[in-house]
Design a protein around this ligand. Structure first.
Ligand code: TRP
Length: 344
């Protein structure tokens, strides 16, 4: 027992997470969750479910958040993230909100308004209608990260401006209060940041209706794969094709473990010796082999939520302890750790 505690202490930390906006699709898996699974044994891992962030640009979805948290957790577990990692819900760790307030004094208005990710997301609402909480959420995200004092933050490219702000806040904090409370966390970009959707046009995304979800039934999966976009200029199976930018082949390369089969199909595709239907059918088989056990596991987990409830209760408790430690350091450095009690 003692050894395992020591081992945990020696491990470096990672922190990353997601907004609970719906179930995960295969683009999430390949772009971020796969990396987390690879890292989870080597690092002490904290995974935030950022429920409050849903209020930034999707406040109307407030009533779906709880269900989305279950969907997300079921997907995580089914994919192979271990329940022994720390999974927690942002709003269940109020210390993060407190830390956000302290950090907010270190950030200039120009940093807040100029954030490229916020600007991009603001297009949904229009800049004029953005809430105060929306423009300020990168500060809250900096608290999510620095609260855990992690060395590494595995994220996609779109999150880099937030990480830059986080590092800036850490720097400014240390300089302003003349104490090395924070080390600067490093981003860890995944090799496959975004997967093309089944429409062959846009990044896979729930709102664009071009996503293959882990929870999709065998029937739904088949329908989605068989109606995937291929190459509109290739009308007959005998036409010479180019597999390189073709989403069916992109998926084969990522998800079909039978590399010989994939190579053979690419060859025949180039030579005009294979039809789209065969390529799609083989893709369906490969995807279904991968997704079947995941689907079964997640459906079981969704039926009995007590397992997920236990993981989150435990995670919230652990997260609160870690962030409370950080908050103590922050308040001490800022000389607001007064001798009189704050009351309980
Ligand atoms: N902004 C992230 C997203 O949209 C979610 C998130 C919240 C996060 N806090 C974080 C990611 C801290 C990494 C680190 O998916």
């Amino acid at each position: 027992m003692k050894d395992s505690i020591n081992a945990t202490k020696l491990k470096k930390r990672i922190l990353t997470g997601d907004r609970p906006t719906g179930p995960l699709h295969i683009g999430h898996y390949i772009g971020s969750i796969k990396k987390r699974i690879e890292l989870q044994d080597e690092y002490e891992s904290f995974f935030i479910i950022a429920d409050l962030q849903v209020f930034t640009d999707h406040i109307e979805k407030y009533a779906e958040i709880q269900n989305n948290i279950y969907e997300l957790m079921a997907d995580y577990m089914a994919l192979g993230l271990k329940p022994s990692n720390c999974f927690f819900v942002q709003s269940c760790v109020p210390e993060l909100a407190e830390l956000t307030v302290y950090f907010s004094y270190l950030v200039g208005m120009s940093n807040v308004i100029g954030n490229p990710t916020v600007k991009q997301e603001a297009k949904v609402y229009g800049v004029k209608n953005m809430s105060f909480g929306f423009v300020g959420y990168p500060i809250s995200q900096a608290a999510d990260i620095l609260g855990f004092r992690p060395q590494l933050v595995p994220v996609g490219k779109d999150q880099l401006p937030h990480l830059e702000l986080t590092r800036e806040i850490a720097r400014r904090f240390n300089n302003t209060f003349n104490k090395e409370v924070f080390q600067l966390p490093e981003p860890l970009l995944s090799e496959c940041p975004s997967l093309i959707g089944t429409d062959g046009k846009n990044k896979m995304s729930k709102s664009l209706n071009n996503a293959i979800f882990l929870k999709n039934s065998e029937k739904e999966l088949k329908k989605k794969v068989m109606s995937m976009y291929t190459d509109p200029n290739r009308i007959h199976p005998t036409d010479l094709g180019n597999p390189d930018k073709n989403p069916i082949f992109i998926y084969h390369k990522l998800f079909n473990p039978n590399t010989n089969e994939v190579k053979d199909m690419e060859d025949r595709y180039r030579k005009g010796k294979i039809g789209d239907v065969e390529v799609k059918e083989k893709l369906f088989v490969a995807l279904n082999n991968m997704l079947e056990p995941i689907r079964e596991k997640r459906n079981k987990l969704i039926q009995d939520k007590s397992f997920i409830n236990d993981i989150l209760s435990e995670g919230n408790k652990r997260a609160r302890i870690v962030v409370a430690e950080t908050l103590e350091k922050v308040k001490t450095a800022m000389c607001v750790n007064y001798n009189f009690k704050r009351g309980s």
